[in-house]
Each structure stands twice: as C-alpha cells, then as structure tokens.
Design a protein around this ligand. Structure first.
Ligand SMILES: [Zn+2]
Length: 314
C-alpha cells in the first residue's frame, strides 16, 4: 500500500509541484496533445472544450484528498499481484474474486480503472451528456498518463526500497519541468483499438518492464556526479525550495535515452485512441449540438459531479 503522505511531504521539500503523478503541466499537455490528433467531428468538439480538458487534467489527483478510494485508481503494484502482468485477470470482477476488494484498493487498480473510464465514456457519448463526456475524458487522460509512469506500477514507487527516495518526482515531474519542450514530438494519427483492453494491460506491462532501467539509470547518475552537486535551490513563486540540481536532472534525462519522451507520446496517443474507440463503440453519435453548450457556465466546478456518475455498466 502506498504512503502518499510520504510522497506529498517529500514533494514539499525536494520535489516542488509533485502531486504523486506526472506534474501538473505534463498532465495538461498530454490531454491537449490527444485532442489535437482526434478526427472530425471529435476534433471540433474537443477543440471547443480544450481548456476544460487541460484545466481538469489533474482533478483525479485532487480527489485523493477527499476520497479514500481514489488513491488506488492511480497505480498498480504489480509485485503484489504475482509479479507477472500477463497472469493478472484483465476483468475487474475476476480480479476482485481472486484477490479481494480491499487488496485491489490497497495495492492499486489503475488498469481496471482505465477500462472503467472507457466504458463510462462510451456511455456518456451514447447519452449525449456533455459534462459527463468531458469529465470522464479529462480523467481518462489522467489515468492513461499515470499508466505510462513506470513507478506507478511498482511497490518501489518512490525508490524507498532501493535507497533512491525522491526518484518518483525526479522522473515524472522534474524532468518534464526542465525538458517539456523536447517532449512535444509529433504524434501518429489516432486509430480504433480493436483490442483496447489488451492495449491498456500492455501499457502496464511495458511500464513495469521499464522499472529496473528507471532505477539503474538513477544510480548511474548518482555515481557520476559528486554528492554536493545533487541538489540545488530554486525560487518557486515566493518560496525557495531544495530540488534536484539541473546537472543531476540533465544527466539522468540523458541516461534514460528518450524513455520519458516515449512514455509521454504514448500517453497522448493511447488517450486519443481510447476516446475515438469509445465514440465508435457508442455508435459514432453526432456531437455537433453539444458544441453549443457553454461548459464553463453550466459546470464551473467539475467536482460538483458525483463520483458515482463515473460508474459504468460493464
Ligand atoms: Zn494520478
């Protein structure tokens, strides 16, 4: 079970803006990129509501403060499910029967949660509920992005088991903070995902396979830089905060050899594909009338939508 309080407290010391997931800006950018590669008529709809998709990209993280069931939706500790992703039931009910409900809550249920969101989005499209479509789309983007962070798939999520505390924010927040512009590479056109459930699980599998490399490259970074150059201080708004030095982040980023970019791009790609797939599964409904609704006027605070509304029928 994850000690999010520890990550949050580290976040306030070493890792500014670390919300226990991709930083705020990467989540916004991933949602933004996905919208840009959607085909018409989805493109028009999401372009109209691009600011919503970006502004609400981290709502899911905020809910962790008020909803004890939310935390488990952002990760899966693969080691606590038998170590082998392919052996984990892809169906939630089968997994619940095998492991028990509390196990899924404590050890993480991220892939099943993404599947649930896709079904929720399909339902929202079918019913033409604009707020529901946008809310689930923004959340789907968040969870898909989390699934691409290798440290969201392991019990050693913050390097606490390998003497590498702080690596979580280093990988997913500090690197994007400094290299966001290089992460913005062109995406492929979106595609319908016939085996979208399998693709979600393959994402988890791929992320988990990257964990040893994420850890090893950080150890190499340490050994190549004198300890007194590991950290520096940066001005954040009106506070001076201790954080990983630029030299440290540069070295780690270089040693990762494109991993962060690849995961960033894959996040946007999978999100676009899943939105398109949900829309196709819903019967490709006409969204043109929905464009007329002013989302901000109708729904200034997405948290007004009860969380139960995200439940789907599958
Ligand atoms: Zn998250």
């Amino acid at each position: 079970m994850r000690n999010w309080a520890l990550i949050f407290s580290l976040g306030s010391f070493l890792l500014p803006n670390n919300s226990g997931a991709w930083g705020f800006e990467p989540h916004r950018r991933i949602n933004q990129h996905a919208c840009h590669i959607l085909p018409s008529p989805l493109y028009g709809f999401y372009k109209t509501h691009l600011s919503y998709m970006m502004q609400h990209a981290t709502d899911a993280d905020m809910r962790r403060y008020v909803d004890t069931l939310e935390a488990g939706k952002h990760f899966i500790d693969v080691e606590h499910y038998g170590f082998i992703v392919d052996s984990i039931p892809t169906d939630y009910l089968k997994a619940e029967k095998q492991f028990g409900k509390s196990h899924l809550q404590n050890e993480g249920n991220l892939p099943w949660n993404i599947i649930r969101c896709v079904y929720g989005l399909k339902k929202a499209f079918s019913e033409g509920q604009i707020h529901y479509i946008l809310r689930v789309s923004a959340d789907l983007g968040h969870y898909v992005a989390d699934a691409h962070v290798p440290l969201h798939t392991t019990e050693n999520y913050n390097g606490q088991l390998s003497g590498q505390k702080g690596i979580h924010g280093l990988w997913e927040t500090r690197i994007p903070d400094l290299f966001m512009d290089t992460l913005l590479v062109p995406l492929q056109p979106m595609a319908f995902r016939e085996n979208w459930v399998g693709d979600i699980w393959n994402t988890i599998k791929n992320s988990h396979q990257l964990v040893p490399l994420v850890l090893a490259r950080e150890l190499e970074t340490r050994s190549s830089i004198p300890e007194n150059q590991w950290y520096g201080f940066e001005q954040r708004k009106n506070k001076v905060e201790k954080t990983y030095s630029q030299t440290y982040v540069n070295t780690y980023y270089t040693l990762l050899d494109g991993m962060v970019e690849a995961q960033f791009v894959s996040s946007s790609q999978l999100l676009a594909d899943l939105i398109f797939t949900a829309w196709v599964m819903a019967g490709e409904p006409d969204l043109s009338q929905l464009n007329a609704i002013d989302t901000n006027a109708q729904n200034p605070n997405s948290s007004n939508i009860p969380h139960e509304d995200l439940n789907c029928d599958h």
